[in-house]
Design a protein around this ligand. Structure first.
Ligand code: SF4
Ligand SMILES: [Zn+2]
Length: 1184
């Protein structure tokens, strides 16, 4: 087949519809370990295994009866069946948690069998800790030498008061790379300067006094920091590149033991029977992980039981109101004769996630407990006996569980010490030390918050934050550059090194889990030539295979990914740098919200562990505390968006989750942490020292960071030694893809005969492909059908297929075409987001696997696995490969969606006349009204006397593509914060929609599209009774089609400002092709035609006579309220327009639960990581 030239827009359209309906709800990630690495040293990464695991013959499927049977010999508790969290294994973690180091918080507390008992916490006045952090901006930095020791004098401005002060850095603090403009936190007491020429308040930060936090808005995890002592580069690398590293048995046993211990602490039960039951449940829930390490449940139970032996003894010794004799607390720093006893009378919380912008730290505590300590000083000397002195004290303490062998290593101590700070801040109390419990030695170690160590940790924290900041700063500098200056951006990004140098220690590096990544960055990004360092050999081994071109490719894409991270960081810090009111102004927060105690979630949105178990543990409704302020609907926050729940200003991110439902004055959230209002009030009381009658929460839009680390890992995997070298050749070196010459599908089976010639060619091309084939399908050309046919052919040929797309609905639409398939299909993903008709392919729908073999059978045997994916590189990958190898591309040009008028528009504007109607029926398709009488009813109630009036004209069957010009109508755009809307235009769109509906068109036949989120909110408010009507952003319209599409252009002003339209006009064009029978575009001609980009469009519309100018009072002519009251019953119009040739239309729509509900589309995140990012945009913008 001769290669054809395609327009970029055509490809863009295809690519975007291929990854259609960009799902804002943070699509599921590909495989990723849900496992914590808590307490266990990470293992060196092994190269990715290319081969797929095949079930071994001994693991034959078990008879269904066996699987379904609930009874078993041990008489195990069957309730467990509800709790198996396969999603955790199969789908990977939700990416909103990826930013935490070492997967530290990826494995949440599983539902406990009994309601946990929590104690309230209140601090006596004398123990309340004052807030002594001062946030400042550095004005200037001066370095001087005092008796040959360097000092840095910072002139700073206090953020709150704007007052000028001085900060003197001494000792190891002087190494901090502070620069003018930096934000710092100073913790300590200021004093008046002594020198006569300087009367500013001053503070000296040296090895003995005070703390200095550089870039406090960068929250580093305590685990990252505790790993940094050996090599600073290591935690930074693992934060940037998150690998789904191998799971080891000891890791799995450790995690299980954590869970058991936390459950026992929560419910205060420590008897053998209970512990054993917990272990069995935990092992059953961990089936997925067990499969990965190839171990059975029984083995797991044995292993965990062996490790849990000490739990009961622990409780007998330590769980008590006051210390028992022999309840020793190890203190490695104790002096001779000193000993301590410990009791733990209360648990406050488990898995408490604390963010501290005071310290620039965050961490997730295994448990937060009340600890009672008796310090016993045996005052006896070798010469004289004396009565021991006992000092008693109690305080809240972090309780860290360590399941590994090592005891009280530096890393554990460091982590625990940092937790004392976090806990102190959250509880508003002194936390003098933390507790480390070693399950193997059954020892509890006290870790005092020692000044010296904490100082050293903060010096290190500051250095790490400095490196992260360099990366962000460099990219921030670059945002001024135009998009076409990409190369400039990338070379500029390399100005400052953003990683510390390698430590070049053969032994340490050889064992380092970040070795592959480290060496790759060294070679490709830092371009180090190393032939004489201590690690030359390792370096050669890990990077010797990379060609300069390959290294350059990695560097370029690495930089692109970094560019994207910038905004996310900026937005997140607004949680503490902006008040709720300020942020609400920007539409990124709901302030002054109160918990609705009367709310009981409906079963349909209650979490189950198989659904959103990890992030959706509890469901709450919050209501606006004060009425009469702006509706919650007017802002950037919408259903599906990730959020944090905080109490301003002291309790940040108490819970994280996402918006389940949104109303003008209330919001329903699914969150990961229980929100006990009394407990929160109690904590506030202890921090504020005052009572309050109502807790006011703020709900902030959260940013999904970690996706970028995952994308980096996907990229890096190609370049590692021992990686997938064939893929590297194909993608980076652009090696030619190979195709088999003898086509295995010469005898076409009947299903293929139903395809048109182009579609058949596409199927054949794929079947012959040995590396890859590319199918470029323009809108409505039957891609779904072709993909389904391809899957069938591949399975027939004995191949396995991974079906993947950005969105759940795209995946499900294709699967719905495989209904008659006689092979297994496994659909992975969150049940909530999978179409009901497709849920039968999920693990949740299968009998619960009780053994590894059963699970393996369910997971490994289906030849087709379908899931959503998260990747930004694929779109450009398509372009890269199709540019290099046009011979690998097949085009689909016959479309079955648009009638010839609508197709004419897109053919002229986008597809250079290459699109053809698949049949005469398609070409002449029109929207006939089942109930034209409605127009008469309407006019009987209205002042409109024109005949035919504008509305009647739009309804006519012959009006198939039209621009409705609002210039004479007072329809002007206006702003709500930084959002744009057009109220009168919304009225017009509302009337057109209502008129169509009144005339018998059904809601699911109509789609309303606008680029402007605020406009969609306005419209969804006007059309709030029309629950089945879809409101779409231009992006979300991808992959959809509707009989009638109404587009609201919004921009109308005398300055000719068309804002985002300039950027998005091409995408807007693409949404024209969503319409099957009628396309109505509403906007201001004067405003829009000023832009040269749009002139082609107006010329075409003019020539065709497709512009309808509205009369000045168009919006006032028709009274819909009256007409609706008097409307007779309608009959559905669907059958009158659906001629059955619509191959691409989603089969999953209409009453059967169908396509995405309107509420899900409205207000979804515009800034989510998949949106508006350069990786997508570079395709769109490349040839503007
Ligand atoms: S390989 Fe060596 S230099 Fe690189 S991160 Fe690991 S320990 Fe640090
Ligand atoms: Zn009229």
């Amino acid at each position: 087949m001769p290669p054809v030239t395609r327009s970029e827009v055509e490809e863009t359209d295809f690519l975007q519809s291929l990854f259609s309906e960009l799902d804002n709800n943070a699509p599921a990630a590909p495989s990723c370990s849900p496992t914590r690495r808590r307490g266990i040293a990470p293992q060196p990464r092994t190269p990715r295994r290319a081969e797929k695991r095949v079930p071994s013959p001994r693991k034959t499927p078990v008879a269904r009866g066996g699987i379904e049977s609930e009874s078993n010999a041990a008489g195990r508790v069957t309730r467990v069946t509800q709790d198996v969290d396969y999603e955790a294994l199969m789908e990977g973690v939700e990416d909103w948690d990826w930013d935490d180091m070492n997967s530290d918080c990826l494995s949440p507390r599983k539902s406990s069998p009994v309601k946990p008992k929590r104690s309230k916490f209140s601090v006596p006045d004398e123990k309340r800790k004052g807030d002594c952090a001062t946030r400042c901006i550095v004005k200037s930095v001066e370095e001087r030498y005092v008796s040959s020791r360097s000092e840095k004098i910072l002139t700073v401005s206090v953020v709150r008061t704007k007052e000028t002060r001085h900060v003197v850095l001494k000792d190891d603090w002087t190494h901090t790379d502070v620069r003018a403009g930096d934000t710092i936190n100073v913790i300590g007491v200021w004093s008046k300067a002594s020198s006569p020429e300087n009367d500013h308040m001053t503070i000296t930060i040296d090895s003995k006094h005070n703390l200095f936090i550089h870039h406090p808005d960068i929250l580093l995890t305590a685990t990252a920091l505790s790993n940094a002592s050996q090599c600073l580069r290591k935690p930074l690398l693992s934060q940037m590149v998150r690998s789904s590293s191998d799971v080891t048995p000891s890791l799995v046993w450790g995690n299980m033991l954590h869970e058991v211990m936390q459950t026992c602490l929560s419910v205060e039960r420590w008897d053998d029977k209970f512990i054993n039951r917990c272990i069995e449940e935990v092992a059953q829930r961990g089936l997925g992980e067990l499969l990965r390490i190839d171990m059975g449940i029984d083995q797991a139970i044995t292993e965990v039981k062996a490790r849990a032996k000490g739990i009961k003894a622990f409780s007998e010794k330590y769980i008590a109101p006051s210390p028992k004799p022999g309840a020793y607390l190890t203190n490695t720093r104790a002096a001779r004769g000193e000993s301590s006893l410990l009791a733990i009378p209360h648990l406050y919380d488990v898995e408490e996630d604390i963010w501290s912008p005071t310290y620039g730290l965050k961490g997730k505590l295994d448990a937060s407990v009340e600890a009672v300590v008796h310090d016993v000083d045996d005052c006896s000397t070798p010469f004289a006996k004396a009565a021991p002195q006992v000092k008693k004290h109690s305080s809240p303490m972090p309780f860290e569980i360590k399941t590994g062998r090592a005891v009280a290593g530096m890393e554990h101590r460091a982590q625990t010490m940092l937790y004392t700070l976090l806990m102190g801040e959250r509880y508003g109390a002194e936390v003098p030390s933390g507790l480390l419990y070693y399950t193997q030695s059954e020892e509890v170690v006290r870790v005092p918050a020692a000044r010296n160590e904490i100082r050293a940790l903060f010096v290190m924290r500051n250095e790490m934050a400095g490196y992260i900041m360099r990366r962000l700063r460099t990219t921030a500098l670059l945002t001024g550059l135009e998009d076409d200056d990409e190369d400039e951006k990338i070379s500029a990004a390399a100005i400052e090194p953003f990683l510390p140098p390698t430590i070049d220690d053969n032994r340490t590096c050889g064992k380092c889990y970040a070795l592959d990544t480290c060496m790759l960055y060294r070679k490709a990004v830092e371009e180090v030539v190393d032939d004489d360092s201590e690690i030359t050999d390792i370096y050669q081994l890990k990077t010797g295979h990379l060609t300069p071109d390959q290294a350059g490719f990695f560097k370029r894409w690495e930089a692109l990914i970094s560019l994207e991270e910038k905004d996310l960081v900026r937005f997140r810090k607004e949680l503490w740098t902006m008040t709720a009111d300020e942020r609400e102004e920007k539409g990124r927060c709901f302030g002054r919200m109160v918990l609705d105690a009367s709310y009981r979630p409906q079963p349909s949105i209650k979490p189950t562990s198989q659904k959103e178990g990890k992030i959706h543990r509890s469901t709450y409704r919050f209501i606006k505390a004060t009425s009469g302020i702006a509706s919650l609907l007017s802002g950037h926050m919408g259903v599906g968006d990730a959020v944090t729940v905080s109490v301003e200003p002291e309790l940040l991110a108490l819970a994280r989750g996402f918006i389940v439902e949104l109303f003008p004055d209330s919001v329903i959230l699914g969150v990961d942490h229980e929100l006990d209002e009394e407990l929160v009030a109690d904590r506030l009381r202890s921090k504020r020292g005052a009572f309050m009658d109502q807790v006011l929460f703020r709900i902030d839009k959260d940013e999904l960071f970690g996706g970028m680390a995952r994308i980096r890992d996907n990229l890096a995997q190609l370049f590692y030694a021992g990686g997938d070298s064939r893929r590297l050749e194909l993608i980076v070196d652009l090696a030619s893809p190979r195709f088999a010459t003898d086509s295995p599908t010469t005898e076409l089976e009947s299903p293929l005969l139903q395809l048109n010639e182009g579609q058949r060619r596409a199927v054949q091309k794929v079947v012959c492909a040995q590396d890859y084939a590319l199918i470029l399908g323009m809108p409505g050309t039957g891609k779904t059908t072709v993909i389904a046919a391809i899957i069938k052919e591949l399975v027939k040929a004995g191949k396995t297929v991974l079906l993947s797309s950005y969105t759940h609905s795209a995946v499900d639409t294709i699967l719905s075409k495989l209904d008659d398939a006689d092979f297994g299909i496994l659909r992975l993903g969150n049940l909530d987001k999978i179409h009901p008709a497709i849920q039968k392919y999920t693990l949740a729908a299968k009998p619960l696997a009780k053994t590894i073999e059963q699970l393996e059978q369910q997971v490994m045997s289906p030849p087709v696995v379908a899931t959503t994916c998260l990747s930004g590189l694929e779109i450009s990958l398509f372009r890269r490969l199709s540019d290099a190898h046009p011979e690998a591309v097949v085009d689909l040009t016959h479309q079955y969606r648009m009638n010839s008028d609508i197709m004419l528009l897109s053919n002229k504007l986008i597809y250079s006349d290459r699109l053809k109607c698949g049949s005469q029926a398609v070409a002449t398709r029109s929207l006939s009204l089942p109930n034209e009488k409605f127009l008469r009813f309407l006019h009987a109630q209205s002042t409109c006397r024109a005949s035919p009036c504008w509305l009647t004209h739009l309804m006519s069957e012959s009006c198939k593509a039209v621009f409705v010009d609002t210039d004479q109508v007072p329809a002007r755009d206006s702003r709500v914060g930084d959002l744009v809307e057009n109220k009168v235009e919304a009225q017009l769109v509302y009337q057109i929609t209502e008129c169509l509906l009144g005339c018998g068109i059904t809601q699911d036949q109509i789609g309303v599209i606008s680029l402007y989120r605020q406009q969609l909110k306005l419209l969804s408010h006007l059309l709030q009774d029309r629950k089945e009507l879809e409101m779409l952003t231009a992006d979300r319209s991808q992959g959809r089609d509707k009989d009638c599409i109404i587009i609201s252009m919004v921009r109308s002003n005398s300055d000719g400002l068309i804002g985002e339209l300039v950027k998005d006009w091409r995408r807007m064009n693409v949404s024209f092709t969503r319409a099957r029978s009628k396309l109505i575009i509403v906007g201001s001609r004067k405003t829009l035609q000023g832009a040269p980009l749009l002139s082609e469009f107006f010329d075409l519309m003019d020539n065709q006579g497709w512009i309808l100018t509205l009369p000045p009072d168009a919006h006032l002519m028709h009274d819909f309220a009256a007409a609706r009251r008097n409307t007779p019953k309608k009959r559905p119009a669907k059958e009158m327009v659906d001629d059955g040739t619509n191959e691409d239309s989603a089969p999953l729509r209409g009453s059967e639960g169908g396509s995405v509900k309107r509420s899900k589309n409205v207000g979804a995140s515009e800034e989510s990581i998949l949106k508006g990012r350069p990786l997508l945009r570079d395709v769109v913008n490349a040839h503007k």
